[in-house]
Design a protein. Structure first.
Length: 298
């Protein structure tokens, strides 16, 4: 069982990765709070932002080895009039502690359901990037009871196969020289509009995390047409037009075909990293529209 549980490579690696994590979290806006939620899969760290509770809260699900630090430039935009929670996933580098393996999509949905219940959240907008986008879509399929809407950016494998070059590069990250790892990561993320200093701090954390943590994540799963058609909550799919992870146009065409009513947009020139200006404009707008649709129901 231990082989299926993520862990730091050493005590020294833990200290190094968490120091980089803390430096990146310094970019999060205030007011910020944090709490730990116990689940059957381990203790999950959750960061909260804001004090207003007028709207349905947003729950943020980060990309692999990105942690809640990646949401720093988006929290304030998403938290206009509502609480925002960013979940530090078990099995990844951060302050959560995994105690049981996540073997299936049902396990992943069960873990997140426990987190949402532990936070006392009856309805949430799920917003996910990359692997977190798959987690959000998976939740809307396997445990939709609390899902008010789902918005995802560039979810890998859910909508289209992974590109061979991405798979090769991801594996090489663990064995390649420092220069290769940095260059590959920068090319993967692409232009985001994030200030250079903040982008460097975030990238430094992710690169430290990749080398300093033995990740044991369930791979993102291909989602069947039947599963995607079964998502009844309002959905927004944003894709990087130049994503190195998958064919964005193919993914977008499939989303439009099998997710009736979903809003789908391919962002020209964007890579796998979240384009800050586009995301901070489109996603809050989508959340307002989703709530208006809910309020308009008889």
């Amino acid at each position: 069982m231990g082989a299926r549980i993520g862990s730091f490579a050493s005590d020294e690696a833990r200290a190094r990765v968490l120091a980089a994590y803390d430096r990146a979290m310094a970019y999060w806006p205030e007011p910020r709070d944090e709490r730990d939620v116990k689940t059957a899969y381990g203790t999950t760290r959750v960061y909260g932002y804001g004090t207003k509770n007028d709207g349905v809260p947003v729950v943020l699900l980060h990309g692999q080895s990105a942690a809640p630090v990646e949401w720093a430039p988006h929290v304030a935009a998403l938290g206009d009039g509502r609480r925002v929670f960013a979940v530090d996933r078990v099995g990844e580098p951060g302050y959560s502690t995994q105690t049981a393996p996540v073997r299936t999509p049902g396990d992943m949905a069960g873990w997140l359901e426990e987190v949402l219940a532990g936070l006392g959240l009856a309805r949430v907008h799920l917003v996910g990037h990359s692997y977190g986008g798959w987690v959000a879509l998976n939740q809307a399929v396997h445990a939709p009871g609390r899902v008010a809407s789902v918005a995802v950016y560039d979810p890998p494998r859910a909508l289209a196969p992974l590109k061979a070059g991405f798979v090769f590069g991801a594996v090489a990250q663990f064995v390649g020289p420092e220069g290769f790892r940095t260059r590959w990561f920068d090319e993967l993320i692409g232009p985001t509009g994030l200030p250079a200093e903040e982008a460097e701090v975030q990238a430094r954390f992710s690169l430290q995390a990749i080398r300093g943590f033995r990740i044991r994540l369930l791979p993102p799963q291909h989602m069947s047409d039947e599963e995607l058609r079964g998502i009844t909550a309002p959905a927004f799919v944003l894709l990087g037009g130049e994503s190195r992870v998958h064919d964005a146009r193919r993914a977008g065409e499939r989303a439009r075909r099998v997710m009736p009513g979903a809003r789908v947009e391919v962002v020209p020139g964007a890579g796998h990293g979240i384009p800050v200006a586009v995301f901070n404009d489109r996603v809050p707008e989508f959340l307002r529209e989703a709530e208006d649709r809910q309020d308009a129901r008889p």
